[in-house]
Design a protein around this ligand. Sequence first.
Ligand SMILES: Nc1ncnc2c1ncn2[C@@H]1O[C@H](COP(=O)(O)OP(=O)(O)O)[C@@H](O)[C@H]1O
Ligand SMILES: CC(C)(COP(=O)(O)O)[C@@H](O)C(=O)NCCC(=O)O
Length: 317
Amino acid sequence: MLEGSDHLSPFLTISREDWARLAPNTELPLTDEEVKKLAGLGDPIDLKEVDAIYRPVSKLIEIYVQRQRQIAKERRQFLSEPETKVPFVVGIAGSVAVGKSSIARALQRLLQRFDQTPKVDLVTTDGFLLPNKELEERGLLGRKGFPDSYDRHALLRFLAEVKSGQQHVQAPVYSHVIYDVVPNEFISIDQPDILIVEGINVLQPPRINPHSHQPTLAVSDYFDFSIFIDAHHQDVESWYVDRFLSLREGAFRDKDSFFRAYADLDDEAAVSLARQIWTEINLVNFVQNIRPTRSRADLIIHKASDHRVSKLLLRKL
Ligand SMILES: Nc1ncnc2c1ncn2[C@@H]1O[C@H](COP(=O)(O)OP(=O)(O)O)[C@@H](O)[C@H]1O
Ligand SMILES: CC(C)(COP(=O)(O)O)[C@@H](O)C(=O)NCCC(=O)O
């Protein structure tokens, strides 16, 4: 039996142990083939963790998908609306370096295995960052990842098109190698069963229109289910620094890397630079903009310092 801690909280708190106990009762255990595919991701996500934690998360999302399809069908009949395929949209938020991309990719693979949702697409919001040239002109280069560094209107338009059942909706692409949006490169989203939208700011509350003083649309208005990946910021800092050190051995050595100069830093200089970028940019963004959106999620997944999930908070229905 799952136990909630505070009966007045909008969330049911579920311990790791209770949640992991759901896995054996969840259909679709991982096959050898699936395990191989997931292992290929090369991210700090343990396969046992995928099975124990993220497999039940995928089952939970499927329950919400079925509920949404049922409501949509009944509503269409009631309103005599035409039949359209509307993707179920899952938002995944959380700090830089908290591991959102690994979790998003694991969930994509897990969700694809259900007969009802074979087509699961994934979009990261970095493609909607303003190009560096524009950030520079607006004095925002040191604020990459802050809400004002994104083309919010383009992201809202993209989601509106996807949610209205349009085919071949284009999303721009970001490259961590060139540290910029890639000119003229797009991915096409063509009526998937589920679209996962992953990015640090996807749960930002609606802005207030300066002219009308009314709240505008928020990105999360298009979400059918949202997840916040949570961790103590000291843990995320150490993951950020560790990742910076491994990138120094890998991606920073790429001849096109924006960070080519960082490849030759010694350990001490690299750690110090990573901590500086973390403290001056990413931590500030986390405290000011990202963490305050945590309670807007339907599911909060809390990771401990070893990346293992320690508890989950699920919004009560
Ligand atoms: N400078 C970089 N060079 C290459 N890859 C990077 C760089 N910074 C981040 N990444 C990769 O980009 C992805 C997104 O990272 P991030 O936005 O920090 O979110 P998260 O760690 O929560 O997935 C991760 O797969 C990460 O490994
Ligand atoms: C590209 C990011 C803003 C993340 O974007 P997201 O896909 O979450 O919208 C982030 O990974 C980043 O590069 N931040 C800038 C500071 C830094 O280099 O760590």
